[in-house]
Design a protein around this ligand. Structure first.
Ligand code: UDP
Ligand code: MG
Length: 314
């Protein structure tokens, strides 16, 4: 199998037949052996029956139905787990992504990249609640993860399947896969792709997505930099805070003995207690996080490294 296309579907009944025919047309001349994995993420409309009709007509179409609406990331993860293609390409079910870009993404993968991220250079969404938050988020994510992409949010991306096997998805994290993949050593690049207005139905998201993305960014940043050594982060801040506490304590004593400011009238005393308390908390939190990290890696038999190739090991 050359290619698995994974599409999350949540209330997209009118889009499904068009999606299928556009994908079939786009891949007709390429002679690729492909499968189209359509994941029904607990749709409340007739999406599922429409998917089953397709699966009956075309054996390349594979359909999965989740028990309830788990969200786009979970739906994509289900598709990734079932994919058997050498390359996996997720895309939206509303035809905002263009199947004609699929062969181009594959070419890019064949140039030797492990991840090719689509960049909706000419994005057809509203500016104020879509493109603007997205621009800011992309800047932030690029800076925090060190993987510079213009458009993390684009669903249309291409992955070598091995890369996805090393990446676990939670929350709204499908957009962070390039950064997570980069951490396990993948070569990541981006490519401009087409983008269209939504064909039928309505968008499943509003401005509230921004908050979710910010919170996930915090998690990802932490996981990327400190998940195997949390005490290095918490402990450092613990020590800074403790030092600041001692400094402010010393100042309180100095003011008592040399400037005759009574300690219990000096607000610095409260600051001292607060800082020392915080410092101890940080350090203890770091130690707890170390325990959690050990459980995480050892329970799953996860190594803290990723091997690309082995020679002469039998
Ligand atoms: N989607 C999903 N589960 C959800 C929300 C969305 O599977 O809970 C799917 C949806 O059907 C579509 C894709 O994710 O195929 C992108 O959603 P949408 O077009 O609403 O997002 P937007 O393009 O507005 O960012
Ligand atoms: Mg859309």
């Amino acid at each position: 199998m050359d290619l698995s296309i994974v599409v999350p579907i949540y209330n997209e009944e009118e889009n499904i037949p068009v999606l299928h025919s556009r994908i079939s047309e786009a891949l007709a001349d390429t002679r690729l052996a492909y499968e189209l994995i359509l994941v029904d993420d607990g749709s409340a409309d007739n999406s599922y029956s429409s998917l089953k009709v397709l699966a009956g007509k075309d054996s390349r179409v594979k359909v999965v139905k989740l028990r309830r609406n788990f969200g786009q990331t979970a739906a994509m993860a289900a598709g990734f787990d079932l994919a058997s293609g050498r390359v996996v390409i997720p895309m939206d079910g509303d035809l905002q992504n263009d199947p004609l870009d699929i062969p181009l993404l594959l070419n890019k993968i064949d140039e030797g990249y492990d991840v090719v991220s689509g960049w909706r250079k000419d994005r057809k969404d509203t500016f104020i609640n879509r493109k603007l938050p997205s621009m800011i988020a992309n800047g932030f994510i690029s800076k925090m993860t060190g993987v510079h992409l213009h458009d993390y949010g684009c669903t249309l991306k291409a992955y070598r399947r091995e890369v996805l096997e090393d990446v676990n998805l939670y929350g709204e994290m499908h957009r962070f896969v390039p950064a997570l993949a980069h951490q396990v050593g993948a070569r990541v690049t981006e490519m401009p792709v087409r983008h269209h207005e939504r064909l039928h139905g309505v968008s499943k998201y509003g401005i509230s997505r921004t908050m979710k993305v910010i919170l996930d960014l915090m998690t990802v940043t932490f996981l990327l930099s400190y998940s195997t050594k949390p005490i290095q982060l918490f402990g450092r801040w613990g020590i800074y805070t403790l030092c600041a506490g001692f400094l402010s304590g010393a100042l309180t004593l100095y003011m008592k003995f040399f400037e005759h400011t009574s300690m219990n009238r000096n607000p610095l005393l409260i600051l001292t207690a607060f800082l020392i308390f915080m410092g101890v908390q940080f350090i203890v939190m770091g130690l707890l996080a170390e325990l959690v990290a050990r459980t995480y890696y050892e329970a799953q038999g996860k190594p803290i490294y990723n091997i690309k190739e082995k020679v002469n090991f039998g």
